[in-house]
Design a protein around this ligand. Structure first.
Ligand code: AMP
Length: 132
């Protein structure tokens, strides 16, 4: 069965898409730790990030770097934390988390409850920043 992220790639389920090219996709995490928390994935469905071939792995990180730049600009955060962890979704993904202090990137924190409108507005701002 396709992963939930593959279903987002195929637009079978909705997501707040931030950026896309032929190999990678970035979309807002539905349960963000901080405003702008974004997931960056390869479109190819591979569970474990270090099972990606070298070209896809490096491309994924370079794609994430662009998103991180937009996140820093839009959220005015101090830094963008990068995390690969978790076992929930068996599709390789990088978490990009705007942070101002270490505790912002603690996955034990309660997740923010953002409305669809707020998520949509953040995604729009990120897309605009990426297009400049
Ligand atoms: P993990 O595998 O532990 O890194 O967690 C997967 C992440 O994907 C979690 O932060 C979830 O909130 C997020 N997530 C799961 N389903 C969706 C979805 N449909 N849209 C956006 N984010 C999702």
């Amino acid at each position: 069965m396709a992963s939930i992220f593959s279903r987002i790639v195929k637009r079978e389920i909705p997501a707040h898409i931030v950026a896309e090219d032929d190999r990678f996709l970035a979309f807002l995490d539905i349960n963000p730790l901080t405003k702008g928390h974004t997931l960056v994935i390869p479109k190819a469905e591979v569970d474990y990030i270090y099972d990606l071939d070298d070209e896809t792995l490096s491309g994924l990180h370079l794609f994430a770097k662009k998103i991180a730049g937009a996140l820093k600009k839009v959220t005015a955060c101090n830094r963008v934390a990068v995390a690969v962890l978790g076992l929930e979704v068996p599709h390789a993904h990088i978490h990009l988390i705007p942070m101002n202090q270490m505790s912002d990137a603690n996955f034990s924190n309660p997740k923010l409850k953002l409305s669809g409108e707020e998520l949509s507005s953040i995604a729009t701002s990120l897309r605009q920043a990426l297009s400049q």
